[in-house]
Design a protein around this ligand. Sequence first.
Ligand SMILES: [Zn+2]
Length: 153
Amino acid sequence: MLETPHVAVGVAIATKFPNPWIAIPLAFASHFVLDKVPHWNPHLYTETQKTGHPSKNSTIMAVVDIATALILGSTFAFKALPNVQMTVLILACSLASVASDVIKYPYYYFHLRQKWLVKWVNFERSIQVDTKSIIWGLVTQVLIISASIWWIL
Ligand SMILES: [Zn+2]
């Protein structure tokens, strides 16, 4: 799944569960639930297997997605001010919600092939539910983002 819906859910969790001992693990766990929702994302893995690195187009999509996720997380974190505790919690939950994917970037872009990392990449791949249709695979993610923002506001 793209990072933006993950972060939207992470932010929602932070705002609904102000206890960091609950919110941060929950945000981390939400990643695996969301990856089970049928979705589409750039084929970083397949391309890396084929050519040694993700394609330029996929990289552009990943960068746009990460930038959007960062803007989304920071906007809500900023909005929570002057409640510094909530601001930090939103940032922490945003990070926790995508940690499982962020770990994989060195595999794609820096050719790291440590055993544990390869295992993690394969595990992450095994839980993905991909859609054949790009459109439907994006619709589910737009719905997750909308539902999360609706839940937050
Ligand atoms: Zn993932």
